[in-house]
Design a protein around this ligand. Sequence first.
Ligand code: TXA
Ligand code: MG
Length: 349
Amino acid sequence: METKIIVVENIADDQEKIREAAEIIKKGGVVAFPTETVYGLGADALNEDGVKKIFIAKGRPQDNPLIVHVASKEIDLLVEEIPEVAHKLIDKFWPGPLTVILKKKNIIPNVTSANLDSIGIRMPNDEIALKLIELTNTVIAAPSANISGRPSPTDVERCIEDLDGKVDCILGGHKSNIGLESTIVDCTVNPPLVLRPGGITLEMLKEIDSRIEIDKAVMQKPQKNIKPKAPGMKYRHYAPKAKVTIISGKRKKTIEKIQQIVHNYIDNNKKVCILTVEENKKEYTEGTKIVLGSIKDLSTVAKNLFEALRHCDDLGADFILAEAYEEKGVGIAIMNRLKKAAGFDIIEV
Ligand code: TXA
Ligand code: MG
């Protein structure tokens, strides 16, 4: 399939480019597009044939439901009921990196919700995404725009790498500002439960309802007998080709351990990348250092994490060693993605 690549430089001058992508979606096609979290791969959420093409292009298991992207907070046509707390969350955090799970109306086809009676909905905080949705006159179902299992793309080049020839159109814009997928909050239960941590932190959610907690299964290694509440959580995720290991402990011991492991790998002619931060980069004398950001502002680490994992693959790394982050604020989301990328291989020092 020929993929049309359209790059938006400036939203004010490029409305026609966005309209062209919108027309493709209206006709049942699939289009990758930017959002503030990661790039999405969208189709008309109400068009079964369009949505099916998303699953095929990504190689996504059919039991993994999609998130519906909207351009307004008016979602009564899509969902059965909106509990008071969901209203508050939407008012506070939309547009933004928050997906709410609500009971769906029948207008949402079963392919979109993977046969669940609920649906995840989000209003992205991204001008291009919002304009695209508006111009389609519908709502857009979109998972992250990566081949299933790979780290999510945060810029147009990575979308092209994964999807060129597999989708109708790739609409490019700026780099995603947040870099990790949205926080998912299940509002079909009371109190609501976080199914995936993201840019909206637990601390921020607790300001709306202090009873909100993160689902216990989220930060642990998947267990055979526990059915995850977000179907996507049972799949291998965010995984580069290299083997990822997380080193967790006090700063000095973590650095020592990483240096020791790197030394051994290099002795064995292996290529090793170290995911580190500004504050620690000088400590490493061997291996390829990749600086994610600063420990003083973990949003910088979040923004660069997926791109760094993909960059390690470009470099032909055999092994990736990652420093752990404190599980607080956006550190929870960073550690959730890192643990999945590492298949829960963590060395405590
Ligand atoms: O930031 C994001 O959320 C990005 C951008 C493109 O908006 N999208 C995204 O979609 O991350 P995806 O498909 O990669 O992740 C959706 C996750 C999956 O783990 C899925 O299982 C879960 O949301 N999910 C969707 N609908 C659900 C539902 N009704 N109940 C429980 N989990 C649901
Ligand atoms: Mg995804």
